[in-house]
Design a protein around this ligand. Structure first.
Ligand SMILES: Cc1ncc(C[n+]2csc(CCOP(=O)(O)OP(=O)(O)O)c2C)c(N)n1
Length: 640
């Protein structure tokens, strides 16, 4: 790659003549396709912003000028141009480059992200700090039209427009979220996009007005009239009137694949003052025809064959929890006309798209708006419907006040389906589903459940739909189910609030949650070989506790080990510890240990690597059990 090979940083990029930039764009695209086809990762979003990324680094003096990318999933071209091209094949792997932007990874990564719509607020914060410190540089937030479905984006726009601070927002409008974008703003942008006439007329009128004589009293009158006229004409003709009303100077729309137009537009916007918004039209997947045709499928890709576009599939043939959930939902929906399903812009990711196809009237994609999704679900529940809000554990963090204020206080039976609960693998820290146990256990009225396998997921879901006494959360991992799932009608009922004793021992009881139940059983088997007999309990309800089973366990065991795939802080184990502390007199000799994810950031790696790293494996559980019993590994070998 003759041009790209010469670019070690944007300083090299800025030394290229303008007319070489289209060729550079081709090389960046080719590199992106080569690497993602080999190692997988976000694909269509990056392809769509190749020209925009080049233009931004060409026009702005990075890293002195700050570019804040929203989400960061479109950041691969940015990585390629900011000194990380050689390392690109390590993307998303243990010890390699992050799939998103990270401050610690590069001085060009001004603000880390992974969740949508933080860029405007962060950029405004940076611009404010700049002004307070008396410094001088540009701040640019790059945000997608999908992220404009988030309330947070408007909080940022509202605040920024009011302050009149120097700030540039680049709206990367490709008409897509992960799925086709939704909502009124989307419709508005479509109108703007399809009416280039607006822009032409507006420019012509402005030129006409500015030709008016600008001297003497008559000149002033004309000038005043011109300003008035300009404003009222703006109201009629400006495509981005919404943004102008919010205090932004709107510029666009501009073709985001025309480097010449982009460079000219960005350069003139750079030289304006105050809050400015540049509306850039791009095509997601640009340059890889399959991704252009199906940007939903190609938003993120497994490794694939470049020529045929054939993506690698997982090998073991068992379905993901996501698809088991999606199918179960359709089956339950057929029997229950009151069942309604809500997604926050993740129909594919949550597996709920199938429900939408089967029951379009009862399916709602509300956009990237998790808090709204939950309060909307509360409204549906208040009128007697059975809403299922299917939201990833990590994204439900956005909706905590809605969970407490709108759902729990009114004890409304909203069902929360938390996909990607636990360690999520290659997406890394921003997407970890490690906090839901802690944040949900703290909510009064909330039932918190976690299945040990796919069949139990469906049993819990059916129970929730049929009999949830109030809010009911079910968490399950980003993984395949461990065993084939029988048809719903053949899956036995789960009684509300009950645990399941899977194995009886005497030396200690392992109280395992969700994904940790089968590894705990495996640990118990290896402990048995070492002469230790462990009870294993499937604590499928984290809240409420199964009091009868807990009492029996406490009668028979002097040592308990809890195991959960979630932060150790305020998790299931901590809740049990708190409870037992209150009953200390009754179990003076009880030994208790808690195993979970330690209180630190877990970096990107495969899920299996992450589980091993934190000891959430059969071996890790067995080792903790032995330590709890005061048995050293050496003594085991003697016993065995
Ligand atoms: C709070 C939150 N919810 C959901 C997501 C999942 N997500 C990642 S990218 C994306 C679509 C973003 O669309 P847009 O901003 O237009 O960027 P594009 O992918 O089109 O470039 C979504 C929904 C997220 N990152 N953050």
């Amino acid at each position: 790659m003759p041009l790209l090979d010469r670019i070690r940083s944007p300083h090299d990029l800025r030394r290229l003549p303008r007319d070489e930039l289209p060729r550079l764009a081709e090389e960046v695209r080719e590199r992106l396709i080569d690497v993602v086809s080999a190692v997988g990762g976000h694909f269509a979003p990056g392809l769509g912003v190749v020209e925009l990324t080049i233009a931004l680094h060409y026009v702005f003096d990075t890293p002195r000028d700050r570019i804040v990318w929203d989400v960061g999933h479109q950041g691969y071209p940015h990585k390629i141009l900011t000194g990380r091209n050689d390392a690109l094949p390590t993307l998303r792997q243990k010890g390699g480059l992050s799939g998103f932007l990270r401050r610690e990874e590069s001085e060009y990564d001004v603000f880390g992200a992974g969740h949508a719509a933080t860029s405007i607020s962060a950029a405004l914060g940076i611009a404010t700090a700049r002004d307070l410190k008396g410094e001088d540089y540009q701040v640019v937030a790059v945000i997608g039209d999908g992220a404009l479905t988030c309330g947070l984006a408007y909080e940022g726009l509202n605040n920024a427009g009011h302050t009149e601070r120097d700030l540039i927002v680049v709206l990367n409008d490709n008409k897509m979220s992960i799925s086709p974008n939704v909502g009124a703003i989307h419709r508005y942008l479509t109108r703007v996009r399809t009416n280039p006439l607006y822009n032409r007329i507006r420019e012509e009128i402005k030129q006409l007005l500015h030709r008016a004589p600008a001297f003497g009293s008559l000149g002033e009158l004309v000038e005043t009239l011109a300003v008035r006229l300009d404003e009222s004409l703006l109201n009629i003709f400006v495509p981005g009137m919404l943004f102008e009303e919010l205090g932004f100077r709107y510029v666009g729309p501009v073709d985001g694949h025309d480097l010449g137009a982009l460079l000219d537009t960005l350069a003139s916007v750079r030289d304006l003052r105050g809050p400015r918004l540049v509306h850039v039209l791009t095509r997601k997947g640009k340059g890889y025809p399959l991704a252009e045709e199906n940007p939903v499928l190609w938003h993120g890709a497994n490794p694939f064959d470049k020529r045929s576009g054939q993506m690698e599939r997982k090998k073991d043939g068992l379905p993901a929890y996501t698809s088991v959930f999606g199918k179960g939902l359709v089956e339950l929906g057929a029997a229950r006309p009151d069942l309604v399903v809500i997604t926050a812009a993740m129909p594919g990711g949550t597996g709920t798209g199938a429900f939408g196809e089967a029951f379009p009237d009862r399916y709602f994609d509300v956009g990237i708006a998790e808090a709204h999704a939950v309060t909307f679900a509360a409204g549906l529940a208040a009128e007697g419907l059975r809403p299922v809000a299917a939201i990833y554990s990590t994204f439900l963090q956005r909706a905590y006040d809605s969970i407490v204020h709108d759902v729990a206080i009114q004890n409304l039976p909203v069902i929360f389906a938390l996909d990607r609960a636990g360690l999520v693998g290659n997406d890394g820290p921003t997407h970890m589903g490690l906090y839901d146990i802690a944040y949900l256990l703290a909510v009064p009225n909330m039932t918190v459940a976690a299945p040990k396998d796919g069949a139990e997921l469906l049993a819990l879901l059916r129970l929730a739909v049929e009999r949830a006494p109030g809010p009911f959360a079910i968490r399950y991992p980003r993984d395949n189910v461990p065993a084939p799932v029988p048809p719903l009608a053949e899956i036995p009922e789960v009684e509300y609030g009950t645990w399941e004793v899977l194995r009886e021992g005497t030396d200690l009881a392992i109280l395992a949650v969700g994904t940790m139940v089968l590894p705990a059983l495996a640990a118990a088997r290896s402990l048995e070989a070492a002469g230790v007999r462990a009870t294993v309990v499937n604590c499928r309800f984290l809240k409420p506790f199964d009091e009868a089973t807990l009492a029996r366990i406490l009668e028979r065991h002097a040592a308990l080990l809890t195991v959960e795939e979630g932060t150790i802080v305020n998790g299931f184990g901590a809740a049990l510890a708190g409870r037992l502390a209150a009953e200390r007199d009754r179990h003076p000799d009880l030994r208790l240990d808690l195993l979970g994810v330690p209180d630190r950031i877990i970096e990107h790696a495969s899920r299996a690597e992450q589980l091993a790293e934190v000891g959430l494996t059969p071996d890790g559980i067995a080792a903790r059990a032995l330590a709890l019993l005061g048995i050293t590994a050496g003594r085991i070998r003697e016993t065995a």
